[in-house]
Design a protein around this ligand. Structure first.
Ligand SMILES: [Zn+2]
Length: 212
């Protein structure tokens, strides 16, 4: 359980780790969120999500303003493809047989680091995962195959997954922290009760403020 005060007094390392812990709590058990790439998991069916926290480089380029983003498409690979290059992949191949693992990257900026941004990006990952499965990526993986999402960036599918992520986070975190999300939350108060179903939320009810 985290409180806002806890988040403020944490060292960078423990703050990063608590983000990873929360991400793993609120996402499906087959998702593996990590910072250190040695924590990749090669068990068939796993979606590896590498959290890359970019340190502030002193460059305030207004063309390059972002807080968080999902970098590159989600990719699906056969474990056997990596077995010759990675000892952990080879071990998994011997233990489980061949299967498919997926990977993607979430980039966050150190100076803007926050759980609300991570949750927003995890909802984008969920949209990609959903779309990739619909296209059969888990049955027909290909190293070069990139699965793009056709829908609008913050369309209805995104909103549905975003809402699910928020609900799960609220279940695990103290209320004060969730209340601090303000800017990035779906603005429920502006929707009449009958339209609170995820599919009925209009797109402009999500404020993005630099989160892409
Ligand atoms: Zn976004």
């Amino acid at each position: 359980m985290l409180s806002p005060g806890d988040m403020k007094t944490m060292s960078h390392e423990s703050e990063h780790q608590s983000l990873v812990d929360v991400a793993n709590l609120i996402t499906p058990s087959s998702w593996n969120v990590f910072i250190d790439r040695k924590d990749r998991n090669w068990k068939p069916g796993v979606l590896n999500i590498w959290l890359w926290i970019h340190e502030y480089d002193g460059d305030d380029d207004s063309e390059d303003e972002w807080i968080g983003r999902v970098h590159s498409p989600q990719r699906y690979y056969r474990i056997s493809f990596f077995a010759k290059m990675d000892i952990q992949a080879a071990k998994a191949l011997r233990r489980f047989g061949d299967g498919v693992v997926a990977s993607c990257e979430i980039w966050l900026r150190e100076e803007w680091l926050g759980l609300e941004t991570l949750i927003h990006e995890l909802a984008h990952v969920a949209v990609q995962r959903y779309s990739a499965w619909k296209e059969g990526a888990h049955r027909h993986p290909d190293l070069e195959l990139a699965f793009c999402v056709e829908e609008e960036k913050h369309g209805l599918l995104f909103q549905r997954f975003y809402r699910t992520m928020i609900k799960r986070a609220e279940r695990y975190l103290c209320k004060e922290l969730a209340e601090n999300w303000g800017e990035l939350r779906i603005d429920e108060s502006s929707s009449p009760p009958a339209r609170c179903e995820p599919d009925a939320l209009p797109e402009d009810n999500i404020r993005t403020k630099g989160v892409v």
